[in-house]
Design a protein around this ligand. Structure first.
Ligand code: ZN
Ligand code: ZN
Length: 103
């Protein structure tokens, strides 16, 4: 097993790129089932900080979809707890954000 990449101390920047979603999904090591969703464990695709992200499942809420594949687009953002210069007070992460598709 390769070592995880080192954390990059980039300046805080609200930023997304096409590859972030795939990079995050590829880095996910585990999904911990929660009462109402899953907890994803992965690495931020921008700063490589380890992050956990709770995803609340929408699947059982509301009306049933009619024959459509149940995919949900979930917005994620970096929640790494390391320092990033210029980060607004009370925020976490390096500012990276992206969407993943859950089925
Ligand atoms: Zn990050
Ligand atoms: Zn970071």
């Amino acid at each position: 097993m390769a070592n995880p990449p080192a954390h990059k101390e980039l300046e805080f920047d609200e930023h997304t790129e096409d590859g972030y979603s795939k990079a995050f999904v590829d880095s996910c090591t585990e999904e911990t089932p929660m009462r109402r969703g899953v907890l994803l464990h992965g690495l931020c695709p921008r700063c490589h900080g380890p992050m956990d992200f709770p995803v609340v499942s929408q699947a059982n809420r509301g009306t049933r979809s009619k024959g459509k594949a149940r995919t949900a687009t979930v917005p994620l953002l970096c929640t790494c707890t390391r320092d990033h210069q210029g980060r607004p007070g009370g925020e976490h992460g390096c500012g990276a954000y992206w969407n993943i598709e859950l089925s």
